[in-house]
Design a binder for this molecule. Structure first.
Ligand code: GCB
Length: 610
């Protein structure tokens, strides 16, 4: 198995090095030009713009390919593709919510945008950056392929060579295909809608020849946690380093200015903070950090905190942490669309705050950078996850590489966000040796990419009358044993909680990563009536009573889920109509259901207690 994985990673590395450029991080502080806005489109369910009539990929210069100009060379030329303003989509945005005909569309859509652009300095490099597009994206500029990316929730960028860019009338065509496949991540089967499209920002990024690609600045774990002379460790990754002689890291507010000699493209960085105001949910302090190489300079707002597991406890800045969480899908419920903006993030995280949360689980895939940055500024701890969900193909080395790529892209984008304390490598994967080795390898990959955060995964429960146990062998490799339980919804009734007892087979903190029940907002009945707000309210009451009897390694919960979300698996045409209604907030108008207040009261109690 290991040998195949090595071989596969080598092959992936070779194929990627030709197309994809290493990810530029801290995109907000770069010199960017937005390409958001109105784009023209063609729906292409048969892939005609990509394949010829023998179903072979079209050659780059094929005039019938949709990346080829849609202008006939003369009046006799037959062109069977033409982009016009009659058919437009907003970018960023999923396509499903933008027109009735897209509601359940899965397949290929071609996007086209024309733009004029001249670099501010001819020597600069130019990149085209996508915050995310779901799922497979092929990018063409002026008829030349810039590259291809797979994965619906992570950013990517391609370099635009000088030979391709024109000062005016650049013809940018992007093929996005959200077809589900058995050997992709996620796989064909999920309990959420597979929104397609260019779902996050698109921009041109101008960079100097030698630039700061990426960096990591995190507090080094020390036991016990230090309060003075706190060690920060990390590195600055340069792209090109002929002229850069030193990397200077500055934190003006702390009067810190440290220089590090450049002797290679990855410069190790290490210094002490004499004292610091810790970042925490109560005090989400962010410091302005400036990194300067002489050839490039970037700024970021970074919070400093420690997170570790010691014995049965999670410690944040050296103090025991109880996580008052909630799961969130990246959706604006009232509009049935993907969330992407800062305003969307403020709405979702604002509701979480109202509920009394100090933590959110961003399910089941990496959410936008607006979300994690807003969590940083509001002081909300984050669990960030890759869509290794249910039954992906665990036996395939190729699938493993896809998971590892998404994990790497998630961590690369967000490794300096203080809010993120947990990387999750998956959700409810079936217990068997092949899967456990796959997941264990992912955990090791996460640890080697970032040794400062905790790694977990949502496991399942071994239900036994009166003694439910989490003994999944994967529990041995995670820092926090997390599991999903729906006692009283998928089995029995909520009063089953009264006799339920819980334990985990590992001497580690445990966390309930999901629990929940459906209710249609405004549907009332007695508490025994399924789908009523009263049933959901009762479910939460019984759960809360049970939580109060949990063993002392119980470290918190993130119930399922903040808002109702679209799911084509949910087909009760009275109570669901294509929605999973386990939200504490409804999908029509963003109204709170009765259970919201039950959880809120419990969280207030736990806030005072901890
Ligand atoms: C789960 C899954 C989540 C589903 C939820 C449900 O265990 O992790 O993705 O949406 O249950 O509502 O059944």
């Amino acid at each position: 198995m290991k040998r195949y994985i090595l071989l596969a990673s080598l092959l992936t590395a070779i194929s990627c090095s030709q197309a994809q450029t290493p990810l530029i991080t801290d995109i907000g502080s770069r010199k960017t030009t937005s390409l958001n806005g109105t784009w023209q489109y063609i729906i292409d369910p048969y892939g005609t713009g990509f394949y010829d009539y023998r179903f072979q990929e079209r050659k780059e210069n094929d005039r019938e390919a949709y990346w080829s100009t849609d202008e006939p060379a003369n009046k006799t030329e037959r062109k069977e593709h033409k982009f016009t303003d009659k058919y437009t989509l907003q970018v960023p945005g999923d396509w499903n919510s933008q027109a009735e005909k897209f509601l359940y569309y899965e397949g290929i859509v071609w996007y086209k945008k024309s733009f004029d652009f001249t670099k501010s300095n001819a020597a600069n490099k130019l990149y085209l950056y996508f915050g995310a597009a779901n799922y497979e994206t092929d990018v063409y500029l002026n008829g030349k392929k810039l590259g291809k990316h797979k994965g619906g929730f992570t950013p990517f960028n391609f370099e635009i060579p000088d030979s391709v860019l024109k000062p005016t009338g650049n013809y940018l065509v992007v093929k996005v295909d959200n077809t589900r496949h058995k050997d992709e991540i996620p796989t064909v089967n999920t309990d959420w809608w597979n929104y397609g499209g260019i779902t996050r920002d698109v921009m041109l990024v101008e960079m100097p020849q030698e630039y700061i690609l990426d960096y990591s600045l995190n507090v080094k774990k020390t036991t016990p946690a230090k309060t003075k002379n706190i060690p920060v460790e990390g590195w600055v990754q340069l792209h090109g380093w002929e002229n850069a002689k030193q990397v200077v890291v500055e934190i003006p507010e702390l009067k810190i200015k440290k220089s590090f000699a450049v002797t290679g493209d990855k410069v190790p960085v290490q210094f002490d903070l004499p004292s610091v105001q810790w970042w925490s949910p109560e005090t989400p302090k962010l410091y302005n950090v400036v990194i300067n190489t002489g050839t490039d300079k970037i700024e970021d707002k970074i919070g400093f905190r420690t997170i570790e597991v010691i014995g049965k406890q999670i410690l944040l800045n050296g103090k025991p942490l109880f996580m008052r969480g909630i799961c969130i899908h990246e959706e604006v419920p009232q509009q049935g669309r993907r969330a992407y903006s800062k305003q969307d993030a403020l709405q979702l995280l604002g509701w979480a705050k109202e509920l009394g949360c100090n933590m959110v689980r961003l399910a089941h895939y990496p959410h936008s950078e607006n979300m994690t940055r807003t969590a940083d500024s509001l002081g909300i701890l984050v669990w960030s996850e890759i869509p290794v969900y249910w039954t992906i193909d665990f036996s395939s080395a190729d699938v493993f590489e896809k998971a590892r790529t998404q994990l790497t892209e998630m961590i690369t984008r967000d490794r300096n966000r203080a809010s993120i304390i947990i990387w999750s490598v998956g959700n409810e994967t079936p217990v068997n040796p092949v899967r456990t080795s796959f997941m264990h390898n992912l955990i090791s990959a996460a640890k080697s990419l970032d040794s400062t955060r905790l790694v977990s995964a949502a496991l399942e429960v071994n239900y036994q009358p009166g003694a439910n146990k989490v003994d999944d062998p994967l529990g041995e490799f995670v820092d926090i044993v997390a599991f999903n339980e729906y006692l009283g919804w998928y089995g029995g009734l909520p009063d089953n909680c009264r006799t339920a007892n819980w334990s985990v087979a590992y001497n580690k903190p445990f966390f309930i990563s999901e629990t929940g029940a459906e209710a249609l907002y405004g549907f009332h009945g007695d508490s025994l009536t399924r789908w009523s707000e009263e049933f959901q309210e009762w479910y939460y009451r019984e759960q809360v009573a049970m939580l109060k009897r949990m063993p002392d390694n119980f470290a918190g919960l993130s119930p399922w889920v903040l808002c109702d979300f679209r799911s084509p698996r949910r087909n009760n045409q009275i109570y669901q109509e294509g929605w999973n209604n386990k939200g504490l907030i409804d999908h029509e108008k963003g109204r709170k259901k009765k259970a919201f207040n039950v959880l809120k009261a419990y969280y207030e109690e736990m806030r005072v207690k901890h």
